[in-house]
Each structure stands twice: as structure tokens, then as C-alpha cells.
Ligand binder design. Structure first.
Ligand code: RIB
Ligand code: CA
Length: 324
């Protein structure tokens, strides 16, 4: 199987970290770089967390590039309340020194996209992508495929009644990306809360991972404990919603999700700022600029997620069906 080249644009971040590990293990994906954006954590903290994750999986060969420090117009609002003071579940893992790159994230994106056939899996606010459009629009259009964890169609928001964090944190960037995709009749894959809320890492699933692979299980336990506590405190969920790994899993296997093509516009002002307005009934008579995902087979996701992380074959996951 030919590997597809991917850049992961992210804001690690607990679920971003799980997504990075899955992508690095996936036989379908060649991660050629990781670009960091301000989001869950300030960009320098995200850079440090990405290095901690790469060290954990022995992949410090993957270059990591520091991106935008703040949203293109709004004041920056982090999500450390959700991801912990260190952005990695207050695991306080030892820092990985050095590893700075000679260029920033946007310059890396602009240079590599013109040279190679590369897709982008965007797991954070779209600030780096908006900066790329402003710097080199043609390079942005060279993106092979753009998969974005973000937005929501019918599910309620997680930053306001209608807005999901990645698009709420930098609504102007998200709006620019969706508008630019529309102008070139391109479609972004919107992996929104409608599907990611169905991906809950429960204590039982985590315990299963620990039994299968104590080292990986212990690492996941270390970085998700804070996230479990957050979900219990705020949503009375036993477990934690792991949004970002679904975007990677969907890139690996489209058939685990269902959805429809639609015109989508991002609201940048007022009470619904950051809302992804999905024109499912085609009121505006505009060509689709997004594939909006609405259903997910969570069993197939966890088969892919666990077997990928643990270097196992899906068929080896004997009791998974029983514990979901
Ligand atoms: O709303 C969830 C998204 O915002 C996830 O990508 C999470 O990591 C945060 O970036
Ligand atoms: Ca993220």
C-alpha cells in the first residue's frame, strides 16, 4: 500500500497527542512534519508537548515547526482548563531540549506543498492555514486533501451553544479557509462534534489498552487522567471524548464515517461567533465547500485506533466488541 504524505497541524493538547501517535503508527500515512498552532496551549508549549510525544514513540526524526502565536484578529484564548497547566493533562513529562527548526510553520507549509503531494490533517484552530493563504494562496491550493477536526452541525457547541473550540478560537481563520475552499470549488472534510462526541475513551477501554500494552497504556493513562476528571466535572461523562484521533482515523479509512456535501460558512461575529453554519437544505444555492460528517462507527474506530497504537492486527482485539 502506498503511504500518503501528511502534515499534522495541531495544538497539543491531549487528544492531539493521541492523534499524532496514531498517525505515526499508521501504515497508510507518512507524516512528513508537524506544525504547531496556538490553541489548547500557547504555541511554544505545544511545540514542547509535540516533542514529548515524539520522544515517547521514538520518533524525534519527525520535524516540528512552530506556527502562529495568536489568532489572526481575536485575542487568544487557550483551553488549558481542559488540557491542564502543561497542556498535556498535567503529566509534567520532562522537556525535550533543542530541536528548533530553521523556519516557521507557515514557511514550511508554503515550501513543502509546492514540492510534494501532501495532505493536511488540521487538529487545532486554522490560524496557520489562514496565514498560509495570505502568504501563498497557490501553495494552499496545492494541499492534496484537507481534513479538519472542527465545527459542529447539529451537536451543541463546546465553547458556546453553537461553536466548537477550534473554529471559535480563531473564527476569522476558519472563515477564510472555508471561503477560500469555496472559491476554488474544493471541499474540506469537516470532522465535527456530531461525530467526535461519539468517540469516548472509557476507563474500560483504557484498561484494555493497558492490559495489551502496559507501556503505551500507562502513557495514555498519564496524559488523560486530567481529561477524565474534566469530563466528569463538566459533562458528567465517565471517560473522555477524544476528538482529534477520529480525524486521523477518518483519513486512514473514510468508510468509518458517513456524511454529506454542503456549503458551510463560519460566523465571525456576535453571539454565534465560531459557528459552522451548515446549509444542509441549500438555501443559499452555493456549491458545497465541505464534506460534513454526521455518523461514525465507533467500534470500527476503536479497532483501528487500538490496533494502530499497539502495532496489532484488528482481528487480534478479541474482546473489544464486548467492552464498547
Ligand atoms: O473542540 C475540540 C478540539 O479543540 C480538539 O481538537 C481539541 O484538541 C481542541 O483543539
Ligand atoms: Ca486539537
Amino acid at each position: 500500500m502506498e503511504k500518503r504524505k501528511v502534515i499534522i497541524d495541531c495544538d497539543p493538547g491531549i487528544d492531539d497527542s493521541l492523534a499524532i501517535m496514531l498517525a505515526l503508527k499508521a501504515k497508510e500515512i507518512e507524516v512528513i512534519g508537524i506544525t504547531i498552532v496556538c490553541g489548547n496551549a500557547p504555541v511554544e508549549m505545544g511545540f514542547g508537548n509535540a516533542k514529548k510525544v515524539l520522544k515517547q514513540v521514538g520518533r524525534l526524526d519527525i520535524p516540528v515547526f512552530v506556527g502562529e502565536q495568536k489568532p489572526i484578529q481575536r485575542d487568544y484564548v487557550n483551553a488549558l482548563d481542559t488540557h491542564g497547566a502543561d497542556g498535556l493533562g498535567e503529566s509534567f513529562l520532562p522537556e525535550v531540549d533543542g530541536y528548533e527548526q530553521e523556519m516557521g510553520a507557515v514557511d514550511f507549509l508554503a515550501s513543502v506543498l509546492k514540492r510534494e503531494k501532501v495532505s493536511i490533517i488540521a487538529l487545532g484552530p486554522m490560524t496557520n492555514l489562514a496565514a498560509l493563504i495570505k502568504k501563498d494562496r497557490d501553495a494552499f491550493f496545492d494541499i492534496e486533501e484537507l481534513v479538519s477536526m472542527g465545527g459542529t452541525f447539529k451537536s451543541h457547541g463546546n465553547c458556546s451553544p453553537v461553536a466548537e473550540y477550534n473554529y471559535w478560537c480563531d473564527p476569522d481563520a476558519a472563515a477564510l479557509v472555508y471561503d477560500t475552499m469555496y472559491q476554488r470549488d474544493r471541499r474540506i472534510h469537516m470532522v465535527g462534534l456530531d461525530v467526535t462526541r461519539k468517540i469516548v475513551l472509557t476507563p474500560t477501554i483504557l484498561e484494555y489498552i493497558c492490559r495489551l500494552n502496559p507501556e503505551m497504556g500507562d502513557f495514555i493513562k498519564k496524559i488523560t487522567k486530567f481529561y477524565f476528571d474534566f469530563h466528569w466535572q463538566w459533562e458528567h461523562i465517565i471517560g473522555c471524548v477524544i476528538n482529534d484521533p477520529l480525524a486521523v482515523a477518518y483519513f486512514m479509512d473514510r468508510s468509518i464515517c458517513e456524511g454529506f456535501d454542503s456549503f458551510v460558512q463560519i460566523e465571525t461575529q456576535g453571539i454565534s461567533m465560531g459557528q459552522s453554519v451548515v446549509d444542509a437544505m441549500n438555501f443559499y444555492r452555493k456549491n458545497p465547500n465541505a464534506r460534513v460528517l454526521t455518523e461514525v462507527d465507533s467500534y470500527r474506530f476503536f479497532r483501528l485506533f487500538i490496533s494502530g497504537l499497539l502495532d496489532m492486527e484488528p482481528d487480534e482485539l478479541d474482546i473489544l466488541q464486548d467492552i464498547l
